[in-house]
Design a protein around this ligand. Structure first.
Ligand SMILES: *Cc1c(COP(=O)(O)O)cnc(C)c1O
Length: 408
């Protein structure tokens, strides 16, 4: 028989979301008349904005004409979309990029997972704990880690805990790490990095010769104008960082699929002989070999996000989610909970009351208030004792959830 990739057997079973599903199902079967409110989801709920839909309908019609038909497009994305991304997301913020430094893809999850192919298997990764599980699991699959330990940590990964004790601002890795994953605004904690802190990260990476993989999938939720939206707002960041961006949370594209990855040409790695190679050229080779481009229709929809009317419509959606976040934050605080995040991100991270374990609080919230959230321990060992609520729900559900929690 053919041998399997045994690294896959090191993965902790896909535990979190199936387990939530199992517990919710058991509860609703036993209590068929109770209405359950789901605030656990990390998915948007508002429909696509009309300007985006119209652009996609027009593009679909164009595809049905002989003059407007598009077959394979450029793997890296159509120039018209690349230009809008650069102009809107970077030039306006004082960052210059060329079109061949931006790679359009079908999602940041895939990009975050695939990027590790262009690093040596010997490179060591550092992640914040709690963390978006994709960064860890894709490195486990590749064989860059050891087995998972009793504590829930994998051997050969450097963990940077983010807890109330350090105000959710992780320290630099204690051991040498080649690749540092950062996500701001953060999923799951909802925290952001100040300009001063990001500057320290960039300087740290320069000093230690590490590279930063910066996931800014939630940049559109930043409300405070002093908080950087891109790591390239920090001088020197182009030499040490890649940036992942997505239309998923920004414009409701979770089911439509479009994202992009920025790799500046200044970002270099080295061969075993010590020769410098640009990561941009490696990724370009990888992307054009293994990917055939995002559909024309989807890219036209993404372009419409940057139109003046598209901007008005997506900003209204973000304001709707951020008002949900405010209601959850203030409602929980008023009931005596310690809450974090939710001011520049669509996630509220709370400390479980009475030192309950994350799953104990999950059960309490489900049984007493029929609310589903996400146990913090599912995002890493340092998430134990915390709980994530999402602001992506419907307003009426958010309001009833707060009322139920206040009555608990
Ligand atoms: C939702 C999310 C993404 C976006 O993923 P897509 O594949 O583009 O939908 C990226 N990073 C984090 C941390 C996320 O929560």
């Amino acid at each position: 028989m053919t041998q399997i990739n045994e690294n896959y057997l090191k993965l902790k079973a896909g535990y979190l979301f199936p387990e939530i599903g199992r517990r919710v199902k058991a509860y609703s079967e036993a209590n068929p008349n109770q209405r359950i409110i789901r605030l656990g989801i990390g998915d948007v709920t508002l429909p696509l904005a009309p300007t985006i839909v119209n652009a996609m309908v027009d593009a679909a019609k164009e595809m049905g004409t002989s003059s407007g038909f598009h077959g394979y497009g450029p793997e890296q994305g159509y120039s018209s979309l690349l230009q809008k991304i650069i102009e809107h997301d970077y030039t306006k913020r004082g960052v210059t990029l060329s079109e061949d430094e931006v790679f359009v893809s079908d999602g940041s999850k895939c990009d975050c997972g695939n990027i590790q192919e262009i690093f040596s298997l010997d490179s060591k990764i550092a992640v914040v704990d709690p963390v978006y599980p994709v960064y860890v699991d894709t490195n486990v699959m590749a064989g860059r880690t050891g087995e998972v330990k009793e504590s829930g940590h994998y051997a050969n990964i450097v963990y940077m805990p983010a807890t109330e004790a350090n105000s959710f601002e992780p320290d630099f890795p204690k051991e040498k790490a080649d690749i540092i994953y950062l996500c701001y605004p953060n999923n799951p904690t909802g925290m952001v990095a100040s300009k001063a802190r990001l500057t320290e990260w960039v300087n740290f990476a320069k000093k230690t010769g590490s590279i930063i993989l910066y996931d800014s999938a939630y940049e559109a939720f930043i409300q405070d104008p002093a908080i950087p939206k891109s790591i390239y707002e920090i001088p020197g960041a182009k030499e040490v960082a890649m940036e992942f961006r997505s239309f998923s949370k920004t414009a409701g594209f979770t089911g439509t699929r479009c994202a992009y990855l920025v790799i500046p040409k200044e970002l270099k790695g080295k061969t075993s002989k010590g020769e410098e190679v640009s990561f941009n050229s490696l990724w370009s080779r990888r992307h054009t070999t293994k990917f055939n481009g995002v559909s024309y229709i989807t890219q036209k929809g993404a372009e419409a996000v940057f139109s003046p009317q598209g901007q008005i419509e997506i900003k209204e959606q973000i304001a709707y989610y951020m008002e949900n976040a405010r209601l959850i934050r203030e409602g929980l605080s008023a009931s005596g909970y310690s809450v974090f995040g939710g001011q520049n991100a669509p996630y509220i991270w709370l400390k479980t009351p009475r030192n309950l374990k994350s799953w104990e609080f999950f059960d309490e919230l489900l049984n007493k208030a029929q609310i589903v959230g996400t146990p913090g321990s599912g995002f890493g060992p340092a998430g134990e004792g915390y709980f994530r609520l999402s602001a992506f729900g419907k307003r009426e559900d958010v309001i009833s959830a707060i009322e139920r929690i206040q009555k608990m």
